[in-house]
Design a binder for this molecule. Sequence first.
Ligand SMILES: [Cu+2]
Length: 185
Amino acid sequence: MNTVAKLALLAGSLTFAGATYALGQADRPQEHPPRLAQVVALDECDPVTFNAALGPDFCRNVTLGAFTTLTDLFAKAAAGTPDPGWDFEPDTVNIKKGTTLSVVDQGGEPHTFTEVAHFGGGFIPGLNAPGEDVVPECAGGFSNVAVAKTRILQASHVEVTGLSKGEHRFQCCIHPWMRVKVEVK
Ligand SMILES: [Cu+2]
């Protein structure tokens, strides 16, 4: 084979390889859909009052002037009208089995993303709705390893995998009005 023929053959196989690669890329979204769903935890903690009571750096300044003081947060919860600035978004997630749930804390303070059989109160009685008791999954607070493992710190995330088909409920064990329903199909 002369050099020209070898080069032509090489060029042909490179083109073929390139085409195969491109086809593989194009096919990927259908064959392997992105199995990741994101949930965001939000809050509007006031660094001055939170940190005075709970320690330096407990609440970090992330919102732009939209703060709720620690006293107001408790007062609103006790009145049965908890602060909507403390929130998981979205409230409902529909996923296929095998999807990883990534929960990121974009708020200023820690939260938990804890699976519960039934929504209810958290482990800080003063933040629960009137008459609401702590749910078993939140009992003991962070001294309970099972609860501590579901904690999400500021600017970090947790990943929830292996969810079975059906409906799952997650809530924050600190701010129990932060709730998410996950439907797995
Ligand atoms: Cu929370």
